[in-house]
Design a protein around this ligand. Sequence first.
Ligand SMILES: C[S@@+](CC[C@H](N)C(=O)[O-])C[C@H]1O[C@@H](n2cnc3c(N)ncnc32)[C@H](O)[C@@H]1O
Length: 180
Amino acid sequence: MGKLGSNDHVAFVVGNALSIPAKDESKDLVWCEDSFSHIPPKIALLRQCHRVLKPGGRLVFSDLLSAGRLDPTTERQFERAWCLSRLETLDGYLNLLSQAGFEGAVGSRVGSQVLQEHRLAESRRGDTTSTEYIRWLRENETALREQWGFEAFACQMERLNMYDYLEAGKLEHGFFAARK
Ligand SMILES: C[S@@+](CC[C@H](N)C(=O)[O-])C[C@H]1O[C@@H](n2cnc3c(N)ncnc32)[C@H](O)[C@@H]1O
């Protein structure tokens, strides 16, 4: 940050989003990417975001969403594998935003488009792609089950199902914006 000359504009503060270390009505913008589904209860989280925003301030976030198309047992397994609380739906978030006191809330589904961006980012970074990693896991299943144990292997496979679920529209990705 120093090199970029941003020291006066940026500060890193570690804290719990359920108790944001910021004064009431002190922020113009609260912005979060793909983290809210890890932080229950969501109504308490959204009330915290509302508390720290100045009147007229904006909350903008993205999150993984339930599309209501996975059977409930599979959806619960997926949530456990990713340490998520119950996945919210698009309409569920819009309701919660209004309950937390936000106005003019809008949300849009991104669906499998997020996968294309994820894959583009992987190839730009030169990482092992998720497709290659999934293939490697499947090819080495017997050995990995022995090394990691049954539960850890099953959990890893369930995490990676995210790509198939997004592709098939069984999970969605959403962007939201709302005003205090
Ligand atoms: C999927 S990661 C997303 C990280 C980043 N926003 C990104 O897009 O790469 C979820 C993040 O939520 C954070 N997190 C989970 N519970 C939290 C809490 N109660 N307060 C603050 N952060 C939390 C985790 O530490 C983790 O960094």
